[in-house]
Design a protein around this ligand. Structure first.
Ligand code: FAD
Length: 388
């Protein structure tokens, strides 16, 4: 057993770290506070090939392993977590197409999505249903060679830039069990009846937009139904959510590492009672916990990612990584702020951004409450000797 990255992965991490340090960190505080869209960073991410991380090489992507995928999210989030949102659900959309798309769908969209010429997101959540996705009410009803989509999705990251946007819908609203009536349909920008109705104001995760989108008798070609077959949407969405959990876990590791770095820098610099506060045991205990927990979160994330690389379903492992790492990010960002004393509360320091960004990781890609139920269900299945 070797807990180190391969030479290739380590070199890739160095490239990502250098990019984040040069292109993101210097502008993060100002752009985040002003609400400015990070267009220049997006352009550089395109040049680095970050929109094609999960696109197979035959469609022009990088097709990286899941550990390298995690490394990208950790390094970007260490500089500014919001930036990771631009490639998070985009990557999941590309994975949906690569895994389940028809040859024609792959041909039509994947190469452009890999280069970043087109971008995407993932529309699952609705005003009335988030954790309970089978309760969604957005429908896509077949009429000839089209589906007519009606409904509202909310909290959709990248909604204004996503073209096409995969949307989880009910193609057979009365089906039992409910998931049998669910499908994913790709909706292109400019389709009449598809609009972004509002941007949602939020605590952190600034950079990418989070928006509500509306479908009013929106007619979408039947050829845009993912895989060309109805009833598979829930299964398709759940399978890519495993990668989503790795990206969220890795973002959390990045935020926790940034909290650890800032806390250590400040503790060494700041003096009280005639000495650096790092010399007080109360502060040392916090620093030790920060460093220990972030390393544990990182190793758990790499382990879960490496399980995905073996090609098996890793619902429990990716759930554990996301659950643990996001709780570590929450604790770390709070401790970092406390070590900064009053300055931690100031918008002139970065500690407060980490504190505002951390909670999202406990909510997105399955809330931590839901993930605990997923992990427990798998444990019970394993105990009974059932297949995961
Ligand atoms: C900034 C941001 C960006 C987002 N981006 C996207 C996106 O791009 N695409 C997208 O589709 N969605 C996105 N989301 C939505 C996100 O995935 C949902 O908010 C999340 O899944 C929770 O759903 P909900 O908000 O409806 O909460 P609910 O499902 O209503 O849950 C409310 C509370 O009840 C708990 N709860 C619910 N059911 C159970 C249960 N069975 N057992 C125990 N506890 C339970 C939850 O854990 C939570 O604490 C985003 C959200 C945010 C805040």
């Amino acid at each position: 057993m070797d807990f180190e990255l391969s030479d290739e992965q380590a070199a890739f991490r160095d490239v990502m770290r250098d990019f984040a340090r040069r292109a993101i960190k210097p502008v993060a505080r100002e752009w985040e506070h002003s609400g400015r869209y990070p267009a220049e960073i997006v352009e550089q991410m395109r040049e680095l090939g970050l929109f094609g991380l999960l696109v197979p090489a035959e469609h022009g992507g990088a097709g990286v392993d899941a550990v390298s995928y995690a490394i990208v999210f950790e390094e970007l989030a260490r500089a500014w977590m919001g930036i990771t949102g631009i490639i998070g659900t985009h990557s999941m959309a590309t994975l949906l197409l690569a895994r389940y798309g028809t040859a024609a769908q792959q041909q039509r969209w994947l190469a452009d999505l890999a280069s970043g010429a087109r971008r995407s997101g993932l529309a699952l959540t609705e005003p009335g249903a988030g954790s309970d996705l089978q309760a969604i009410t957005t429908v896509a009803l077949r009429e000839g060679e089209e589906y007519v989509v009606r409904g509202t999705k909310t909290w959709i990251t990248n909604a204004r830039h996503a073209d096409p946007l995969p949307v989880l819908v009910k193609t057979e609203p009365g089906a039992e069990p409910r998931h049998r009536g669910m499908s994913i349909i790709f909706v292109e920008q400019g389709t009449p009846g598809f609009s972004v109705s509002k941007d949602l104001p939020k605590l952190g995760y600034k950079g990418p937009e989070s928006a509500e989108v509306v479908f009013e008798d929106c007619r979408v070609p039947a050829a845009n139904l993912l895989g060309g077959e109805e009833g598979l949407g829930m299964k398709q969405a759940l399978s890519v959510l495993e990668y989503g959990r790795i990206n969220v876990a890795a973002r959390a590791v990045g935020v926790a590492q940034a909290a650890c770095d800032l806390a250590l820098d400040y503790a060494v610099e700041r003096h009280a009672f005639g000495r650096a506060i790092a010399e007080f045991q109360a502060i040392q205990l916090k620093l030790a916990d920060l460093a220990t927990e972030v390393q544990a979160a990182r190793l758990l994330t790499w382990w879960a990612a490496s399980r995905l690389d073996t090609g098996v379903r890793a619902e429990m492992e990716t759930g554990m990584a996301k659950l643990f790492a996001s709780e570590v990010a929450l604790r770390s960002s709070l401790e970092c702020m406390r070590i900064h004393g009053g300055y931690g509360y100031s918008t002139e320091y970065d500690a407060e951004r980490l504190y505002r960004d951390a909670p999202l990781m406990a909510i997105g890609e399955g809330t931590n409450e839901i993930l605990r139920t997923v992990i427990a269900r798998q444990l019970v299945r394993q105990k009974k000797g059932e297949q995961p």
